[in-house]
Design a protein around this ligand. Structure first.
Ligand SMILES: [Zn+2]
Length: 155
């Protein structure tokens, strides 16, 4: 691994975005999983499956990974499905901290995926608890807002 920024994207503390992606994919290939468990916290699930040198790389890149996962600096990124989100960030949107805003998660449409029904605040990208115009029996997935951005259906 070369610790050198080779992309125009700046702000990953010397890491290239492609290096961060490769690191996250490599962790997955070992059957482990990285979760953002807080604003400045990453958790490596099933860490025992990850070779020590890879763990050390993740640890060394922690702040760059967090920065990458935050989606900051990529204003044009607007995934509408969990799969599109994952294509960019490697992690599923629900593997990032649910209660933190996320600029890219704002664009995700309500979606059933893997047995869950996922809906994020269209204002800030936090987990949304208030749904408007939801009628699941008739396939209307509605629009969703968090407690902070609840508008009682009025825009
Ligand atoms: Zn919100």
């Amino acid at each position: 691994m070369v610790f050198q920024d080779t992309t125009p994207f700046i702000g990953l503390w010397g890491f290239a975005m492609s290096e961060i992606r490769a690191l996250l994919l490599e962790v997955e290939q070992h059957g482990a999983k990285i979760i953002q468990s807080g604003r400045d916290r990453l958790t490596l699930r099933r860490a025992a499956l990850v070779p020590d040198d890879l763990s050390a790389q993740v640890k060394a890149a922690k702040w760059a990974i967090l920065r990458f996962l935050s989606g900051v600096g990529e204003p044009e990124l607007a995934p509408t499905t969990a799969q599109e989100f994952r294509n960019h960030f490697v992690l599923w949107p629900w593997n990032l901290h649910w209660d933190l805003p996320h600029p890219a998660r704002r664009y995700l449409k309500p979606e059933s995926h893997g047995g869950g029904f996922w809906h994020w605040c269209s204002d800030c990208g936090r987990w949304a608890v208030h749904g408007f115009g939801v009628d699941l029996q008739h396939g209307q997935l509605g629009e969703w807002r968090c407690g902070l951005h609840r508008t009682d259906g009025k825009r």
